[in-house]
Design a binder for this molecule. Sequence first.
Ligand code: 5GP
Length: 185
Amino acid sequence: MNKELAIQKYNEKIKRVIITEEEIKQAIKKAGEEIDASYDGRPILLISILNGAYVFLSDLSRAITVPSEIAFMRVKSYYQGTESSGKVTVLMDVDRDLSNYHVIVVEDIVDTGRTLKDVCALLKERNPLSLKVVALLDKPDRRIVDFNADKVLFTIPDFFVIGYGLDCDEYYRNLPYIAEYDSSK
Ligand code: 5GP
């Protein structure tokens, strides 16, 4: 396939923008102000779940003006069939003692809810001063387990979305907006 055709096919899969760059920017500004107001003066640790949440963490952390630290975590969840919870294997762990921090987990999207439910159970065992979850997106129609983030910036229908950190086969993470992915092409 020649280069132009490959790029054309790549772009054709971006079906339509569902959340613009400006809308994301405004929502993050507001979320940052809320965190500033409710955590002021307390030790905050923002934990980003890699890879999908890296862009969100980057912008959210800069919308927060009170002292805060960042850390990263990478996990893999295993489920069999319709099992509602699985085993979370930590591929890369947080390098801080959580008992010293008010932890805010920064996640890209809550889908079935299984990953965050398991991650939160695991982090709770480490006795953080408090534990909250901020998710950029939520697809409540897809939920399998009883889990809700403390703060969701956008609730969306059951679309497979790409952009702003979210991938399809590792592509499209660098799009500055959230788009619906077209799997028909
Ligand atoms: P859950 O355990 O809630 O089902 O899965 C959450 C993870 O699935 C997210 O962190 C994300 O990596 C992936 N995911 C769920 N929905 C989507 C989507 O619409 N687009 C992309 N790119 N990833 C998704």
